[in-house]
Design a protein around this ligand. Structure first.
Ligand SMILES: NC(=O)c1ccc[n+]([C@@H]2O[C@H](COP(=O)([O-])OP(=O)(O)OC[C@H]3O[C@@H](n4cnc5c(N)ncnc54)[C@H](OP(=O)(O)O)[C@@H]3O)[C@@H](O)[C@H]2O)c1
Length: 248
């Protein structure tokens, strides 16, 4: 493939909250973990990883939930070769990394906090902030967005106003995807369907919460392409106006 189909993604301008897109890889039987985790190659191919970077390259910031970050404590950035193009588009050379945590239980002796291009932004509650060690203040930006748990609306407003994040990429996991979808804050979903079967009951699916999502957004397929048996799907979500929290 000469030019990646996502190399020139366009998204609508936004006015008060970030535009949010989810990007996930799933097996044919709908699992996003294999034996309880996701390791490079356990579901998606090398091309899927490349696709993840291409998608990231269009966003101001990438956000993940605490469990995902604890499993993959790395900066959610792009390879160096994307930096010039990003700067040319008026984006920071690397996307900002954002972590959502209630507990504040993060390991600060991990690659994520060792010389990151920008200090990771930790969105947490008063309770979570109290659990963070003192040295974290030098290693990250801490944003308190609720007393016992993060209020998503407040968190998105902070990202928009204080950090100028207009386009936010959500890379899971399933609980945080559910939180955003429940708040009608997701505008698009990028989904890689990998030609894999996991089969284990306890493995996770893309969106996991305690209730059926209601009302369900309207979902339309924006584009799809196939590469080496993997399917790359892009969906747009819309919500009826009175129930709509974010923007389309
Ligand atoms: N296939 C894929 O594309 C893909 C992508 C990403 C992740 N994954 C996999 O998904 C798994 C993790 O998914 P998961 O659903 O267990 O966890 P997750 O969504 O990554 O993280 C859940 C955590 O996010 C934080 N959180 C959620 N709601 C919050 C709120 N309102 N306020 C503050 N913090 C909040 C909490 O962190 P604290 O516990 O720190 O309080 C919560 O425990 C991993 O195995 C990972 O490898 C797969």
């Amino acid at each position: 493939m000469k030019r990646h189909p996502y190399s020139n993604l366009q998204f609508p301008a936004v006015h008060s909250y970030p535009f949010v897109a989810i990007n996930m890889v799933s097996s044919i039987d709908g699992k996003v973990t294999s034996s309880g985790t996701l390791k490079p190659g356990s579901l998606g191919s090398i091309f899927d990883r490349h696709t993840m970077n291409v998608i990231r390259s269009h966003f101001d910031a990438v956000i993940c939930g605490g469990n995902t970050i604890r499993q993959h404590p790395y900066y959610l950035g792009v390879p160096k070769e994307y930096e010039m193009e990003r700067e040319g588009k008026g984006l920071p050379s690397q996307p900002l990394t954002v972590i959502l945590t209630n507990s504040g239980h993060l390991d600060f002796d991990t690659p994520l906090f060792h010389n990151p291009p920008y200090p990771p932004i930790i969105l947490t509650s008063e309770k979570g902030a109290a659990a963070l060690p003192k040295k974290v203040e030098q290693l990250s930006e801490i944003e308190i967005c609720g007393s016992n748990k993060v209020i998503l609306e407040k968190a998105l407003e902070t990202l928009y106003t204080k950090y100028s994040i207009r386009h936010l990429l959500l890379e899971g996991g399933p609980s945080v995807n559910y939180l955003f979808l429940q708040k009608k804050a997701v505008n698009e979903i990028f989904l890689t369907l990998a030609p894999r079967l996991v089969g284990l009951k306890s493995d996770l699916t893309m969106v996991m919460g305690n209730r059926v999502l209601f009302p369900e957004p309207s979902i339309s397929l924006v584009s799809y392409f196939e590469y080496n048996n993997e399917l790359f799907l892009r969906y747009r979500l819309t919500y009826s106006p009175e129930k709509h929290y974010g923007r389309n």
